[in-house]
Write a protein that binds this ligand. Structure first.
Ligand code: HEM
Length: 375
């Protein structure tokens, strides 16, 4: 329990910041100097909410309109944008390096082969270039599009600070550091800490469960699933979207095809049977990360974890790891904290190693697929 105390304190800091910030409406969005950001500079020196107010006042309107059209055609694209943004920021920082499309780039890496949403960003960029040529970076567009996609699926709103620049390089080897879903909580935590994020961010962004609460503001009572005791759950990013069979192959076929042991953490028998049949023929097949409501930002994903239906072993491990419980309990004690904390953690994610300011190495790409010198 000793190790959980700093986490709770950390959460308490977040709680007070978040409550103060959201309690009085959008104008009072937190000032980010107060958020603990180990290994990253406070980004009020780097980014600002009004960065495009003069430069491109219609920016957010263009992004929102375009996103609405895309999501009306294909709701699954919202989850793909969220993941694209995560991959961008976790590999060499939020710099749109994932969008560069050349031999040997991150986008061509094995880890990126199931990423989607590139066309959405290209479309928005083309629209933005018509109104504000050579002004708005691709990584700022991806960041804002991710926020809008979350909102359009029923998730929280947050204000996006702007001013990031795009990288001039991208190397597929850098993508090898991305988590695959087989990692332990300790490994994931080390990875998140190396990016300036913390256990709260890990729990909130990827999701976990909340044992017992009298105050389930943003959580779901699963009494129909747990007759012996009520369990509440809170959502994270994996409440939407899907995984390819190839990503869960090892977990789903553990104990079969000459391998020993059983899936660890365990999977519900009937669900395992379903997955084995679903993924038998083609590793290109997809399975929803949230078996019930894959395109809605809600809590159903955690019901799955409670029933041992976590597709990724890393998600299922978060559910059972003792380090997550105190944070989750603290989240539960404060109404609406989860949605707010998700927003705070998303802003922190979008602050990883940003390139900004006149002396930085980045540029404003005019086509997100190529650095300017190649166009
Ligand atoms: C904690 C570490 C994480 C691990 C191990 C992980 C792993 C994965 C894996 C294996 C998939 C399926 C990919 C495939 O089959 O191609 C996936 C999908 C997804 N991940 Fe994560 N992820 C993590 C964190 C995050 C974070 C921080 C976010 C966003 C904030 C995120 C958002 C998503 C979304 C939305 C999808 C579904 C994408 C789609 O439907 O196109 N993940 N993740």
């Amino acid at each position: 329990m000793k190790s959980s105390i700093p986490s709770i304190l950390l959460l308490a800091v977040h709680v007070s910041i978040v409550c103060a910030a959201w309690g009085q409406g959008e104008q009072d969005f937190p000032t980010f100097t107060t958020l603990p950001l180990p290994h990253t500079q406070p980004f009020d020196h780097l980014l600002s909410f009004d960065y495009y107010h003069q430069r491109c006042p219609q920016l957010e309107q263009i992004i929102h309109k375009s996103l609405q059209q895309w999501i009306a055609k294909d709701r699954t694209i919202a989850a793909s944008l969220l993941r694209l943004h995560f991959h961008d920021c976790f590999v060499t920082g939020c710099d749109a390096s994932i969008l560069l499309n050349h031999e040997g780039s991150e986008r061509r890496a094995e880890e990126s082969k199931t990423l989607r949403g590139f066309q959405v960003i290209d479309d928005i960029k083309a629209e933005v270039e018509k109104s504000c040529p050579a002004t708005v970076s691709c990584t700022d567009i991806l960041t804002a599009a991710t926020r809008d996609a979350t909102v359009l699926l029923g998730g929280p709103y947050w204000r996006v600070p702007y001013g990031r620049k795009d990288s001039r390089t991208s190397d597929q080897k850098d993508a090898e550091t991305l988590p695959t879903g087989h990692e332990s909580v300790t490994t994931l935590l080390e990875l998140f800490q190396s990016k300036g994020l913390n256990l709260v961010d890990l729990v909130v962004l990827s999701g976990t469960y909340c044992p017992n609460s009298n105050n389930p503001f943003s959580c779901l009572l699963l009494d129909e699933l747990t007759p012996d005791g009520a369990i509440f759950v809170c959502p994270g990013a994996h409440t939407i979207g899907r995984t390819s069979c190839s990503a869960i192959q090892q977990r789903v076929y553990q104990g079969l095809n000459g391998t020993s042991g059983m899936p660890n953490p365990p999977i519900d028998d009937r669900y395992l049977d379903y997955l084995q049949r679903k993924c038998r023929c083609a590793s290109e097949e997809y399975v929803d990360l949230d078996a019930t409501t894959p395109t809605t930002f809600d809590s159903q994903f955690y019901a799955n974890l409670e029933r041992k239906m976590g597709l990724l072993s890393s998600d299922q491990s978060l559910y059972s790891d003792s380090r997550t419980s105190p944070i989750v309990n603290a989240l539960i004690q404060t109404p609406s904290l989860f949605r707010h904390q998700f927003a705070v953690s998303m802003v922190r994610l979008a602050n990883i190693q940003v390139l900004s300011g006149p002396h930085e190495a980045g540029e404003i790409r005019t086509n997100c697929n190529f650095v300017n010198s190649y166009q």
